[in-house]
Design a protein around this ligand. Structure first.
Ligand code: BGC
Length: 368
């Protein structure tokens, strides 16, 4: 089974440049003396896993494939399936196959940095996708404003708790992977909202645990322990929809779902359905299409030997203290009141979301 998965991952996805082929034969290139600048080398993309969030198996691969295809640039997109050795093996393969640009969403900064170093030694341009590789020195970074993601989660939880009218609620935190720099940034964001409330005594700080590798099953086990030791938990800051769903499953077993607001992130079908059912307070929608398009745009410029102009910001690598040129996009909070925007944006379809159990709630939410 596992072997089968690896085999699948190793095949990857190759969107070959049919448009480039067209361009080559159209005579356009012959008519332009600057045509050399438009021929692009191949791009390699490595995604982390398919289990820590549905996004990696569905959204990212789809939108990246589309973006490179539209530009007629050859891309090889593979997924490391949560395996750090596999991540490095894929990278080695891409480097020896002669990619001009390597785009990675790391599994941790250590392996990510090792891969980036090898790529740079081979003269390959590098882009950190979604997750910054600490001490990695990538040429570019494309992501969302991840502190802002956390702030939206913190504020969303506060709003739901206020709506419930709870006083001195005990808040549990189910954080993302300690090896993911994003998890650190999300926590920085939500703690900036929650900590002042703990300090003032308005809220009570409950258990606060990280979930290794964002593993949803472990998240459930950890939340079960949190709830056993703190029966009075009245709010759960779960760092993404997968962890939120794990907490909701435990709350359901205890007949507490719907009474204890739970946050999330990624606007997954499951997260949105949990919101429609009243079991999840909010999620954060990150328009992955924009992120994939931004990464592809950078990669395509680099693959053509051009200097990209779109990375107008910088983020500081907290370990190396160096600035990395970056594109940071804006996340959006989603509650029952605006689930519709995610459908309108084409990120999830009505058919996926509004299955029998959710049809009524969908209609109430204006999704028709
Ligand atoms: C991503 C989230 C995702 C999480 C788990 C983070 O780095 O930004 O969108 O839910 O990883 O895969």
């Amino acid at each position: 089974m596992r072997k089968g998965l690896f085999a699948l991952a190793a095949v990857g996805l190759v969107a070959t440049g049919s448009m480039a082929a067209c361009g080559d034969s159209s005579g356009d290139s012959a008519s332009s003396s600057s045509s050399a600048g438009t021929s692009a080398g191949k791009v390699g993309v490595i995604l982390p896993d398919t289990k820590s969030s549905a996004r990696w198996a569905t959204a990212d691969v789809k939108y990246l494939t589309d973006a490179f295809k539209a530009a007629g640039v050859e891309v090889d997109i593979q997924n490391a399936q949560g395996d750090k050795t596999q991540f490095q093996t894929i990278a080695d393969g891409m480097i020896s196959s002669g990619v001009k640009v390597l785009v990675i969403a790391n599994l941790d900064s250590g392996t990510g940095a090792a891969v980036l170093t090898k790529a740079k030694q081979a003269g390959i341009a590098t882009i950190d996708y979604d997750r910054l590789t600490l001490n990695g020195g990538a040429d570019y970074y494309v992501s969302f404003d991840n502190v802002k993601v956390g702030e939206l989660q913190g504020q969303g939880l506060v709003d739901c708790i206020t709506a419930k009218g709870y006083t001195k609620p005990v808040i549990a935190e189910l954080n993302g992977s300690p090896t993911d720099n994003n998890a650190t940034l999300f926590k920085q964001g939500y703690d900036s909202i929650l900590q002042p409330k703990f300090d003032s005594g308005e809220y009570v700080k409950g258990p606060d645990n990280a979930v290794p590798d964002w593993d949803n099953a472990q998240g459930g086990t950890i939340f079960e322990q949190q709830l056993t030791s703190n029966k009075d938990i009245k709010g759960v800051l779960a760092a993404n929809d997968g962890l939120g769903n794990a907490a909701i499953a435990v709350l359901k077993k205890n007949k507490l779902n719907g009474q204890v607001p739970v946050t999330g992130q990624d606007a997954t079908v499951q997260g949105l359905q949990n919101i429609l059912a009243g079991d999840q307070c909010m999620t954060v929608y990150k328009a992955i299409k924009k992120e994939a398009d931004a990464a592809a745009e950078l990669a395509i410029a680099l693959a053509k030997g051009q200097t990209p102009t779109t990375a107008t910001g910088t983020v500081t690598d907290t370990e190396s203290k160096k600035d990395v040129k970056s594109v940071l996009l804006t996340p959006e909070a989603i509650t029952k009141a605006n689930v519709k925007t995610v459908v309108d944006d084409g990120f999830v379809t009505k058919d996926e979301l509004c299955t029998t159990d959710y049809a009524k709630a969908c209609t109430e939410a204006g999704i028709s």
